[in-house]
Design a protein around this ligand. Structure first.
Ligand code: PLP
Length: 378
Protein backbone atom coordinates (compact mmCIF):
# COMPACT_ATOMS: atom_id res chain seq x y z
CA UNK A 1 0.00 0.00 0.00
CA UNK A 2 1.00 3.63 -0.46
CA UNK A 3 2.84 5.33 2.37
CA UNK A 4 0.08 5.52 4.92
CA UNK A 5 1.08 8.70 6.63
CA UNK A 6 2.41 10.87 3.81
CA UNK A 7 0.13 9.73 0.94
CA UNK A 8 -3.10 8.67 2.60
CA UNK A 9 -3.65 10.76 5.70
CA UNK A 10 -3.05 14.11 3.99
CA UNK A 11 -5.68 13.21 1.38
CA UNK A 12 -9.26 13.76 2.54
CA UNK A 13 -10.96 11.29 0.22
CA UNK A 14 -8.51 8.50 1.11
CA UNK A 15 -8.92 9.26 4.80
CA UNK A 16 -12.72 9.23 4.43
CA UNK A 17 -12.46 5.89 2.64
CA UNK A 18 -10.64 4.50 5.68
CA UNK A 19 -13.38 5.83 7.97
CA UNK A 20 -16.07 4.27 5.78
CA UNK A 21 -14.25 0.94 5.99
CA UNK A 22 -13.24 0.91 9.65
CA UNK A 23 -15.30 3.58 11.43
CA UNK A 24 -14.33 6.54 13.58
CA UNK A 25 -12.51 6.94 15.88
CA UNK A 26 -9.62 4.68 14.96
CA UNK A 27 -5.91 4.29 15.49
CA UNK A 28 -3.90 3.26 12.45
CA UNK A 29 -0.73 1.32 13.06
CA UNK A 30 1.80 1.07 10.24
CA UNK A 31 4.24 -1.79 10.83
CA UNK A 32 6.42 -0.67 7.94
CA UNK A 33 7.01 2.69 9.64
CA UNK A 34 7.75 0.82 12.88
CA UNK A 35 10.32 -1.36 11.07
CA UNK A 36 11.86 1.77 9.59
CA UNK A 37 12.17 3.39 13.02
CA UNK A 38 13.84 0.22 14.34
CA UNK A 39 16.33 0.22 11.46
CA UNK A 40 17.08 3.94 11.97
CA UNK A 41 17.79 3.54 15.68
CA UNK A 42 19.86 0.37 15.10
CA UNK A 43 21.95 2.29 12.58
CA UNK A 44 22.34 5.22 14.97
CA UNK A 45 23.43 2.92 17.81
CA UNK A 46 25.46 0.20 16.10
CA UNK A 47 26.29 -2.74 18.36
CA UNK A 48 23.61 -1.78 20.89
CA UNK A 49 20.97 -4.47 21.51
CA UNK A 50 17.51 -2.88 21.28
CA UNK A 51 14.83 -4.19 23.66
CA UNK A 52 11.46 -2.64 22.77
CA UNK A 53 9.69 -1.28 25.87
CA UNK A 54 6.41 -3.14 25.44
CA UNK A 55 4.59 -0.73 27.80
CA UNK A 56 4.70 2.02 25.15
CA UNK A 57 2.16 0.13 23.01
CA UNK A 58 1.54 -3.52 23.86
CA UNK A 59 0.20 -4.98 20.62
CA UNK A 60 0.68 -8.34 18.87
CA UNK A 61 1.49 -6.80 15.46
CA UNK A 62 4.19 -4.61 17.02
CA UNK A 63 5.75 -7.57 18.83
CA UNK A 64 5.59 -9.67 15.65
CA UNK A 65 7.18 -6.95 13.50
CA UNK A 66 10.02 -6.26 15.92
CA UNK A 67 10.62 -9.94 16.69
CA UNK A 68 11.19 -10.61 12.99
CA UNK A 69 13.73 -7.79 12.89
CA UNK A 70 15.68 -9.36 15.76
CA UNK A 71 14.65 -6.98 18.55
CA UNK A 72 14.54 -7.99 22.18
CA UNK A 73 11.76 -6.94 24.55
CA UNK A 74 11.68 -4.97 27.79
CA UNK A 75 8.82 -6.29 29.91
CA UNK A 76 7.39 -5.01 33.18
CA UNK A 77 4.37 -7.17 33.99
CA UNK A 78 2.80 -10.59 33.62
CA UNK A 79 0.34 -9.15 31.10
CA UNK A 80 3.23 -8.11 28.87
CA UNK A 81 4.79 -11.56 29.30
CA UNK A 82 1.52 -13.16 28.19
CA UNK A 83 1.51 -11.01 25.05
CA UNK A 84 5.05 -12.13 24.19
CA UNK A 85 4.26 -15.74 24.96
CA UNK A 86 1.31 -15.62 22.56
CA UNK A 87 3.60 -14.27 19.85
CA UNK A 88 6.13 -17.04 20.61
CA UNK A 89 8.93 -14.62 21.46
CA UNK A 90 12.11 -16.31 22.66
CA UNK A 91 12.23 -15.52 26.41
CA UNK A 92 16.00 -15.26 26.24
CA UNK A 93 15.43 -12.08 24.25
CA UNK A 94 13.59 -10.43 27.15
CA UNK A 95 14.57 -8.43 30.22
CA UNK A 96 12.26 -7.61 33.12
CA UNK A 97 12.88 -3.97 33.90
CA UNK A 98 10.35 -3.07 36.59
CA UNK A 99 12.42 -2.17 39.65
CA UNK A 100 9.59 -3.18 42.04
CA UNK A 101 8.03 -6.63 41.72
CA UNK A 102 5.77 -8.97 43.65
CA UNK A 103 7.11 -12.45 44.17
CA UNK A 104 4.47 -13.67 41.71
CA UNK A 105 5.80 -11.28 39.05
CA UNK A 106 9.24 -12.82 39.48
CA UNK A 107 7.88 -16.36 39.36
CA UNK A 108 5.80 -15.62 36.26
CA UNK A 109 8.81 -14.16 34.48
CA UNK A 110 11.04 -17.08 35.48
CA UNK A 111 8.40 -19.58 34.35
CA UNK A 112 8.30 -17.76 31.00
CA UNK A 113 12.08 -18.06 30.75
CA UNK A 114 13.17 -14.48 31.44
CA UNK A 115 16.17 -14.49 33.78
CA UNK A 116 17.37 -10.86 33.72
CA UNK A 117 15.76 -8.52 36.25
CA UNK A 118 16.27 -4.91 37.24
CA UNK A 119 16.61 -3.95 40.93
CA UNK A 120 17.31 -0.63 42.59
CA UNK A 121 17.00 -1.14 46.36
CA UNK A 122 17.89 -3.53 49.17
CA UNK A 123 14.35 -4.87 49.70
CA UNK A 124 14.13 -5.80 46.03
CA UNK A 125 17.53 -7.47 46.05
CA UNK A 126 16.41 -9.59 49.03
CA UNK A 127 13.42 -10.87 47.00
CA UNK A 128 15.84 -12.67 44.69
CA UNK A 129 17.66 -14.63 47.42
CA UNK A 130 15.62 -17.78 46.72
CA UNK A 131 16.18 -17.51 42.97
CA UNK A 132 19.89 -16.76 43.22
CA UNK A 133 21.00 -19.57 40.94
CA UNK A 134 18.47 -18.65 38.23
CA UNK A 135 18.80 -14.89 37.77
CA UNK A 136 21.18 -12.15 36.66
CA UNK A 137 20.47 -8.66 37.99
CA UNK A 138 20.84 -5.21 36.49
CA UNK A 139 21.22 -2.49 39.11
CA UNK A 140 19.33 0.65 38.12
CA UNK A 141 21.03 3.92 38.92
CA UNK A 142 19.16 7.24 38.91
CA UNK A 143 20.38 10.37 37.23
CA UNK A 144 18.36 13.59 37.31
CA UNK A 145 16.67 14.34 33.99
CA UNK A 146 15.83 18.05 33.72
CA UNK A 147 15.67 17.89 29.89
CA UNK A 148 13.03 15.18 29.69
CA UNK A 149 9.27 15.59 29.47
CA UNK A 150 8.87 12.59 31.80
CA UNK A 151 11.49 12.50 34.57
CA UNK A 152 11.69 8.95 35.99
CA UNK A 153 14.63 9.54 38.30
CA UNK A 154 12.59 10.43 41.40
CA UNK A 155 10.59 7.23 41.44
CA UNK A 156 13.24 4.71 40.36
CA UNK A 157 16.94 4.09 40.65
CA UNK A 158 19.48 4.15 43.47
CA UNK A 159 21.92 7.01 43.70
CA UNK A 160 25.43 6.43 42.32
CA UNK A 161 26.69 6.66 45.91
CA UNK A 162 24.47 3.72 46.91
CA UNK A 163 25.89 1.40 44.26
CA UNK A 164 28.64 -0.15 46.45
CA UNK A 165 26.14 -1.02 49.22
CA UNK A 166 23.78 -2.60 46.66
CA UNK A 167 26.55 -4.63 45.08
CA UNK A 168 27.75 -5.78 48.50
CA UNK A 169 24.23 -6.82 49.55
CA UNK A 170 23.70 -8.78 46.35
CA UNK A 171 27.07 -10.43 46.70
CA UNK A 172 26.30 -11.51 50.27
CA UNK A 173 23.11 -13.20 49.04
CA UNK A 174 24.99 -15.02 46.30
CA UNK A 175 23.33 -12.93 43.59
CA UNK A 176 24.97 -12.12 40.31
CA UNK A 177 24.81 -8.43 39.35
CA UNK A 178 25.72 -8.59 35.70
CA UNK A 179 25.11 -4.99 34.80
CA UNK A 180 24.04 -1.44 35.49
CA UNK A 181 21.02 0.25 33.97
CA UNK A 182 19.54 3.72 33.86
CA UNK A 183 16.66 5.54 32.23
CA UNK A 184 17.29 9.22 31.61
CA UNK A 185 13.55 9.92 31.38
CA UNK A 186 11.26 9.86 28.41
CA UNK A 187 11.35 12.24 25.43
CA UNK A 188 14.82 13.47 26.22
CA UNK A 189 15.47 16.67 24.34
CA UNK A 190 19.23 16.49 24.45
CA UNK A 191 21.68 13.57 24.26
CA UNK A 192 23.70 15.18 27.05
CA UNK A 193 21.73 13.33 29.74
CA UNK A 194 22.51 9.96 28.15
CA UNK A 195 26.16 10.93 27.79
CA UNK A 196 26.49 12.07 31.43
CA UNK A 197 24.82 8.87 32.65
CA UNK A 198 27.04 6.65 30.47
CA UNK A 199 30.13 8.43 31.76
CA UNK A 200 28.96 8.14 35.38
CA UNK A 201 28.30 4.40 34.93
CA UNK A 202 31.67 3.97 33.29
CA UNK A 203 33.30 5.54 36.36
CA UNK A 204 31.28 3.23 38.65
CA UNK A 205 32.33 0.15 36.68
CA UNK A 206 35.99 1.13 36.89
CA UNK A 207 35.85 2.33 40.50
CA UNK A 208 34.27 -0.77 41.99
CA UNK A 209 36.13 -3.22 39.79
CA UNK A 210 32.99 -5.33 39.58
CA UNK A 211 32.88 -7.71 36.65
CA UNK A 212 29.97 -5.78 35.14
CA UNK A 213 29.23 -7.07 31.66
CA UNK A 214 26.14 -5.11 30.65
CA UNK A 215 25.23 -1.45 30.52
CA UNK A 216 21.55 -0.84 29.81
CA UNK A 217 21.11 2.75 28.62
CA UNK A 218 17.31 2.64 28.85
CA UNK A 219 14.94 4.63 26.65
CA UNK A 220 14.35 8.35 26.25
CA UNK A 221 15.09 8.64 22.52
CA UNK A 222 12.84 11.46 21.30
CA UNK A 223 10.40 12.08 18.48
CA UNK A 224 9.18 15.28 16.84
CA UNK A 225 5.79 16.12 18.33
CA UNK A 226 5.99 19.71 17.11
CA UNK A 227 5.83 18.93 13.41
CA UNK A 228 5.18 15.20 13.22
CA UNK A 229 8.30 14.73 11.08
CA UNK A 230 11.31 12.48 11.51
CA UNK A 231 14.05 13.59 13.85
CA UNK A 232 17.66 13.09 12.82
CA UNK A 233 18.40 10.23 15.17
CA UNK A 234 21.92 9.74 13.71
CA UNK A 235 22.85 13.25 14.84
CA UNK A 236 21.04 12.92 18.18
CA UNK A 237 22.94 9.70 18.95
CA UNK A 238 26.38 10.89 17.78
CA UNK A 239 27.55 12.01 21.27
CA UNK A 240 26.01 8.86 22.76
CA UNK A 241 28.01 6.70 20.31
CA UNK A 242 31.15 8.58 21.27
CA UNK A 243 30.50 8.03 24.98
CA UNK A 244 29.80 4.32 24.42
CA UNK A 245 33.05 3.97 22.48
CA UNK A 246 34.92 5.05 25.62
CA UNK A 247 33.45 2.22 27.74
CA UNK A 248 35.68 -0.68 28.74
CA UNK A 249 35.76 -3.12 25.81
CA UNK A 250 34.12 -6.05 27.61
CA UNK A 251 30.90 -4.09 28.33
CA UNK A 252 27.90 -5.11 26.23
CA UNK A 253 25.41 -2.27 25.70
CA UNK A 254 21.65 -2.63 25.44
CA UNK A 255 18.79 -0.09 25.32
CA UNK A 256 15.04 -0.08 26.02
CA UNK A 257 13.47 2.26 23.45
CA UNK A 258 9.71 2.66 23.44
CA UNK A 259 8.61 6.05 22.16
CA UNK A 260 11.15 6.44 19.34
CA UNK A 261 10.15 3.11 17.79
CA UNK A 262 6.39 3.31 18.01
CA UNK A 263 5.23 6.96 18.29
CA UNK A 264 5.69 7.80 14.58
CA UNK A 265 4.13 4.47 13.52
CA UNK A 266 0.56 5.30 14.51
CA UNK A 267 -1.97 7.98 13.60
CA UNK A 268 -5.48 8.65 14.81
CA UNK A 269 -8.57 9.55 12.85
CA UNK A 270 -11.40 11.22 14.74
CA UNK A 271 -14.57 13.01 13.70
CA UNK A 272 -16.01 16.34 14.87
CA UNK A 273 -19.30 15.34 16.50
CA UNK A 274 -20.29 18.71 17.95
CA UNK A 275 -19.33 22.39 17.93
CA UNK A 276 -20.19 25.38 20.09
CA UNK A 277 -19.06 28.96 20.72
CA UNK A 278 -17.96 29.34 24.33
CA UNK A 279 -16.85 32.84 25.19
CA UNK A 280 -15.36 34.08 21.97
CA UNK A 281 -13.80 30.79 21.04
CA UNK A 282 -15.03 27.82 18.99
CA UNK A 283 -15.07 24.44 20.76
CA UNK A 284 -14.92 21.29 18.66
CA UNK A 285 -16.03 18.02 20.23
CA UNK A 286 -14.35 14.91 18.81
CA UNK A 287 -15.44 11.29 19.13
CA UNK A 288 -12.27 10.49 21.10
CA UNK A 289 -10.30 12.38 23.74
CA UNK A 290 -7.97 12.18 26.71
CA UNK A 291 -9.77 9.19 28.19
CA UNK A 292 -9.13 7.36 24.92
CA UNK A 293 -6.28 7.54 22.39
CA UNK A 294 -5.30 11.01 23.57
CA UNK A 295 -4.64 9.78 27.12
CA UNK A 296 -0.96 10.61 26.64
CA UNK A 297 -2.00 14.27 26.68
CA UNK A 298 -2.48 13.77 30.46
CA UNK A 299 -0.17 10.92 31.48
CA UNK A 300 2.64 11.50 29.01
CA UNK A 301 2.51 15.31 28.76
CA UNK A 302 2.45 14.91 24.97
CA UNK A 303 0.85 17.26 22.45
CA UNK A 304 0.10 15.57 19.16
CA UNK A 305 0.27 17.31 15.78
CA UNK A 306 -3.33 17.58 14.54
CA UNK A 307 -4.31 17.94 10.89
CA UNK A 308 -7.66 19.02 9.39
CA UNK A 309 -8.67 19.16 5.75
CA UNK A 310 -10.35 22.58 5.71
CA UNK A 311 -8.47 25.76 4.86
CA UNK A 312 -9.31 29.39 5.50
CA UNK A 313 -8.78 31.99 8.21
CA UNK A 314 -7.84 30.45 11.54
CA UNK A 315 -8.63 31.32 15.13
CA UNK A 316 -7.66 29.82 18.50
CA UNK A 317 -10.01 26.85 19.01
CA UNK A 318 -10.57 24.25 21.70
CA UNK A 319 -10.40 20.61 20.59
CA UNK A 320 -11.98 18.37 23.19
CA UNK A 321 -13.05 14.78 23.76
CA UNK A 322 -16.49 13.22 24.04
CA UNK A 323 -16.71 12.49 27.78
CA UNK A 324 -18.57 14.52 30.38
CA UNK A 325 -15.36 15.48 32.19
CA UNK A 326 -13.94 18.98 31.88
CA UNK A 327 -10.38 17.63 31.89
CA UNK A 328 -11.12 15.99 28.55
CA UNK A 329 -9.39 18.74 26.54
CA UNK A 330 -6.92 17.81 23.80
CA UNK A 331 -6.01 21.38 22.82
CA UNK A 332 -7.17 24.58 24.51
CA UNK A 333 -6.31 27.14 21.83
CA UNK A 334 -5.17 25.53 18.62
CA UNK A 335 -5.15 27.73 15.49
CA UNK A 336 -7.82 26.13 13.26
CA UNK A 337 -10.04 27.15 10.36
CA UNK A 338 -13.74 26.88 11.07
CA UNK A 339 -14.71 23.20 11.24
CA UNK A 340 -18.11 21.58 10.73
CA UNK A 341 -19.74 18.57 12.36
CA UNK A 342 -18.60 15.53 10.39
CA UNK A 343 -15.11 16.90 9.62
CA UNK A 344 -12.19 14.56 10.19
CA UNK A 345 -9.21 15.35 12.43
CA UNK A 346 -6.01 13.35 11.93
CA UNK A 347 -3.52 13.03 14.80
CA UNK A 348 0.10 12.10 14.17
CA UNK A 349 2.83 10.58 16.36
CA UNK A 350 0.08 8.72 18.16
CA UNK A 351 1.82 5.38 18.85
CA UNK A 352 3.52 5.82 22.24
CA UNK A 353 1.61 5.85 25.53
CA UNK A 354 -1.72 6.52 23.76
CA UNK A 355 -3.75 3.33 23.24
CA UNK A 356 -1.61 1.86 26.06
CA UNK A 357 -3.25 4.13 28.62
CA UNK A 358 -6.71 4.53 27.05
CA UNK A 359 -9.73 3.77 29.23
CA UNK A 360 -13.44 3.16 28.70
CA UNK A 361 -14.61 6.06 30.89
CA UNK A 362 -18.26 7.01 30.22
CA UNK A 363 -18.53 3.44 28.84
CA UNK A 364 -17.09 4.67 25.58
CA UNK A 365 -15.17 1.94 23.77
CA UNK A 366 -11.43 2.18 23.23
CA UNK A 367 -10.97 3.13 19.55
CA UNK A 368 -10.39 0.35 17.07
CA UNK A 369 -6.77 -0.30 16.16
CA UNK A 370 -6.33 -1.01 12.44
CA UNK A 371 -3.02 -2.62 11.47
CA UNK A 372 -1.33 -2.03 8.13
CA UNK A 373 1.72 -3.68 6.58
CA UNK A 374 2.21 -6.35 9.26
CA UNK A 375 4.90 -8.70 8.01
CA UNK A 376 3.64 -12.16 7.10
CA UNK A 377 0.00 -11.01 6.98
CA UNK A 378 -0.44 -9.66 3.44
C1 PLP B 1 12.05 0.98 32.52
C2 PLP B 1 11.67 1.65 31.25
N1 PLP B 1 12.32 1.29 30.13
C3 PLP B 1 12.02 1.87 28.94
C4 PLP B 1 11.03 2.81 28.83
C5 PLP B 1 10.75 3.42 27.49
O1 PLP B 1 11.16 4.72 27.44
P1 PLP B 1 10.97 5.62 26.15
O2 PLP B 1 9.58 5.42 25.69
O3 PLP B 1 11.30 6.97 26.59
O4 PLP B 1 11.95 5.11 25.12
C6 PLP B 1 10.34 3.24 29.99
C7 PLP B 1 9.32 4.28 29.92
O5 PLP B 1 8.73 4.71 30.86
C8 PLP B 1 10.67 2.64 31.22
O6 PLP B 1 10.03 2.98 32.36
Amino acid sequence: MANLFSDVLFDESKTRALVEQYGSPMLLLDCEKLADQYRQLSAALPGVGLFYAVKAFPHAAIVNTLDRLGAGFDIASTGEINLLRKQKVNPRKTIHTHPIKKDKDIRDALRFGCSTFVVDNLAEIAKFRKYAHRVGLLLRVAFRSPDCSVDLSKKFGCSPEEVPAMLKAANELGLHVKGLSFHVGSQSTSPGTHVAAIEACSRLIEEYEVPIRILDIGGGFPVDYDHGGDIDIQTFCAPIRAALARLPEHVEVIAEPGRYLIAPAAASITTVVGKAMRGDQPWYYLDDGVYGMFSGRIYDHARYPLHVFRTGPTSPSAVVGPTCDSIDVIEEALELPELEVGDLVVGRMMGAYTAATASTFNSLPIPRIVVFNEPGRD
